[in-house]
Design a protein. Sequence first.
Length: 411
Amino acid sequence: MNNEFFDALEMFEKEKGISQEYLLEKIKTAISIAIKKDYNLLDNFKIELDNISRKFRVSIIKKVVVDVEDKSEEISLENALNHNKRARLGETVEIKLDTKQLGRIAAQTAKSVIKQSIRDAERVQLLEQYNEKVDKIISGVVLKIDPRNRNLVVESEKHEITLFANEQIPGETFIEGDRIKVYVTGVISTEKKCNMKISRVHKDFVKKLFELEVPEINDGVVTVQAVSREAGSRSKIAVYTLDGDVDPVGSCIGSKGMRILNIVKELNGEKIDIIKYNENMEQFISESLSPSKVISTKILDEEEKTCRVIVPKDQLSLAIGNRGQNAKLAARLTGYKIDIISDEMELENIREAEELDIKEKSEVSMTDESLEAEASMTDEGLEVEASITDEGLEVEASITGEILEVESKDV
């Protein structure tokens, strides 16, 4: 029986890739549960499992006593001698069990636990395999297509994975048997199963395709600094190198454009703008609006990450793009909010600003003149009032003098 048992373990290890040591540990746990339940024991037993010597032994340990009070833990000397000729009072004796004696219920319990342990081990193993593939591109074959929702079942390395319709590039179609590349975004893990999350619309799918197609990126000579994407329509990728002898953009395009053509083909004709990254943000923002030409770029607020870009009038619609697509992709690529205006609009803004400045200065000048006139009128008023007052005082003084003179004559 031992040989059959260990042969089965070897088979599991070869077929499932689960180590014998892991299985033996779980089997020990299963047998422990079965023994405790079937023999009403606590911890007075020993399980020996050795895949090298192929030893499989289960023993109950009992104390040798004169009077047995607890049959689960104690044994008489007479019975102990049947198991070990050297048994002595006060010592313990091991009673070997035939694994067949574990009973039907105990065997079923052990079997169930072993099966669950194998499932758990397979799940852990799958999780390890899947986690190694996260942030990578894997290849597979389309097995099935659900006509109701367009979801695909993709087989990759004997694993079936679902590529949902919203993770497929808009406009692309597949038939059963097609080879397909997908990007692994993460792992879904539940108590019952685990699987990979895959996508063809994720922006990093473009980045990983460049890594596969461009040796300079794969080797680290050229680095991908940023990617922005609207799947099925357009992507922008910023590349950089510290090697002065390497053209990062040219490396991505390849001889006769073959590298970029292969990537575009995989992306179902999606347009790709390859931008040379620049540590000068104004220059980088200007480059990010490719294929539009830019006259100037000015950072308005570094903390808020806002800027203004001036382009020729005939390039304005190209810079903004259909439904603002080019501007949006440039903003995602650089991390800046971009205000795009034409050179004519900028000149108009300058003229308006100058006119407003002239108007404000004119108003200030008129206000100053009004204040001067008001001050002059006030001064004249004060002089007139003073003059009138003086004349009044003189008249009053004259009259007073006359009265005093008349009064003096009368006296």
